[in-house]
Design a protein around this ligand. Structure first.
Ligand code: CMC
Length: 449
């Protein structure tokens, strides 16, 4: 923000009103990269008008130094580092440190950070009873929302986030506990005993251990599988101001505690247009069932009257191949090779579907490319996760992004409560009607059936 005032002086954009014949100068703010933004904060004061942008397609809701995306070029960088480089050369906890603190850790800081995270992997034992209150067939995302929201009832000593120490403890607790919470949600749904964390294992191996080990057998997992899972977490770690991150920021802007904010983010992530898409991709591939049925589904996706969409295709920001999908596709091949499942029928359908869609005029014209979710479900299914766990895994990876964005917002001196305006299209003022003068028949018959 140091150059902010200076940049404002240098550039401006003139807005002319046909109605009043007046022109207004809007300051232009330049970022380090990416489109400039018009500073409209004084617009209402000066013109009496709001701007209108449902879905925030042209609105920067904040400034941030964490993640940069160039959707046209298919670029994603965290703190300046390209996602492909991070996914290939780094490990998830290192990326967590990078997102939280702005730089890759020194070897000493890396060890300290890992130690701190390890210290927080266990959950308060009382939370076991909270799990037991859920139905066994509850969706694990429903359990995630409930348990993460409940953390603030258990960890009072890290909810005064005006204190930097408490703020950091809350960040560390969330990163450390989220795999334990996710693994327990899984164990609960299949009726197996909860598995306590083991701090001699790496972050990701420990998560796989808590998820897949049982007390009766020795737990063994290949290094390649641990690496693939770790890479999955890296690829989901942050993605600037998407729906769930914006939800976290909006919830946090009122001063809500970080545990409640992350629970709000998890709720937003659950939707099929966002994190729920990886689950929807597998359902779609299973529904397609055979390569020969692909054209029928492509036609359905192109039919304006049919609400069907190719899940795992398209992105609000990427109008080119999602760079995460490139790594995910490589990873899918590696995992299936390691597990001797390269002839997986869903992989075959996915590869063929991608090939056909990328050549189709409709998808070319609308710039619809595979996104991160297209291949991730295939990896997760091959690893043995049920589809209902897919979004939970996304949430585990994304927690660090949410909490880093929340922290950045809290520490920003211009942080204000988020309070969008609206274009009101409802009734103008009218007189209250007494019951005897109202319509006699029900106008909501369908609702009462
Ligand atoms: N299949 C068929 N048509 C599509 C698709 C698709 N997957 N995605 C967009 N379109 C069409 C859409 O019908 C619209 O056509 P028209 O202009 O004729 O009305 C046009 O493309 C633009 O779509 P939009 O919904 O206005 O675009 P958006 O930026 O609001 O939506 C999206 C982005 C991701 C919600 C959408 O592409 C979609 O629903 N994709 C499928 C779900 C999915 O894979 N979601 C995961 C996103 S990546 C993970 C994450 O970051 O959360």
């Amino acid at each position: 923000m140091a150059d902010y005032e200076e940049n404002k002086q240098k550039n401006s954009f003139t807005l002319f009103s046909n109605e009043t014949g007046k022109s207004y100068d809007l300051p232009v703010i330049k970022g380090t990269e990416g489109p400039d933004v018009l500073d409209i904060r004084k617009l209402y004061e000066e013109t009496g008008m709001f701007t209108y942008d449902p879905g925030f397609t042209s609105t920067a809701s904040c400034d941030s130094s964490i993640t940069f995306i160039d959707g046209n070029k298919g670029v994603l960088r965290h703190r300046g580092y390209d996602i492909h480089e991070l996914a290939t050369n780094s490990e998830f906890l290192e990326v967590c440190y990078l997102l939280l603190h702005g730089d890759l850790p020194s070897p000493e800081d890396k060890n300290k950070f890992k130690e701190v995270i390890r210290n927080h992997t266990m959950l308060h034992e009382q939370l076991v009873y909270l799990y037991r209150g859920f139905r066994r067939d509850a969706h694990p995302m429903a359990i995630m929302v409930g348990v993460v929201g409940a953390l603030s009832a258990f960890y009072h000593d890290s909810t005064d986030f005006s204190d930097i120490k408490q703020r950091m403890i809350a960040c560390h607790r969330l990163i450390a506990k989220i795999p334990t919470i996710g693994a327990m949600a899984y164990k609960y749904s299949i009726g197996q005993p909860f598995v306590y964390p083991r701090n001699d294992l790496s972050y990701t191996e420990n998560f796989l251990y808590m998820t897949f080990s049982v007390p009766t057998r020795e737990f063994k997992i290949s290094k390649k599988i641990v690496k693939a899972m770790d890479r999955f977490f890296i690829l989901h770690a942050d993605h600037e101001q998407n729906a769930s991150t914006s939800t976290v920021r909006l919830a946090g802007s009122s001063g809500a505690n970080p545990f409640a904010c992350i629970a709000a983010g998890i709720a937003s992530l659950w939707g099929p247009a966002h994190g729920g898409a990886n689950e929807a991709v597998i359902k779609m591939l299973e529904e397609i069932g055979d390569v020969k049925n692909i054209p029928e589904f492509i036609n359905k996706a192109k039919n304006k009257k049919d609400p069907f969409r190719l899940m795992g295709f398209g992105h609000r920001v990427y109008k080119n191949y999602d760079p995460r999908a490139i790594v995910m596709k490589e990873s899918a091949h590696e995992v299936l090779e390691e597990l001797n499942k390269l002839d997986d029928p869903l992989l075959k359908i996915a590869i063929e579907l991608e090939k056909i869609a990328l050549k189709d005029e409709f998808f070319i014209e609308k710039k619809l490319f595979p996104n991160v979710d297209f291949y991730s479900g295939i990896i997760l299914k091959a690893l043995g996760f049920p589809t209902s766990m897919f979004t939970v895994l996304f949430a585990i990876g994304r927690t660090v992004g949410w909490i880093s964005q929340w922290k950045e917002m809290i520490e920003d001196p211009i942080n204000k409560i988020g309070r969008p305006r609206q274009l009101y299209l409802g009734q103008k003022t009218r007189q209250f009607q007494s019951e005897s003068t109202r319509e006699k028949k029900s106008i909501f018959k369908w609702l009462w059936k």
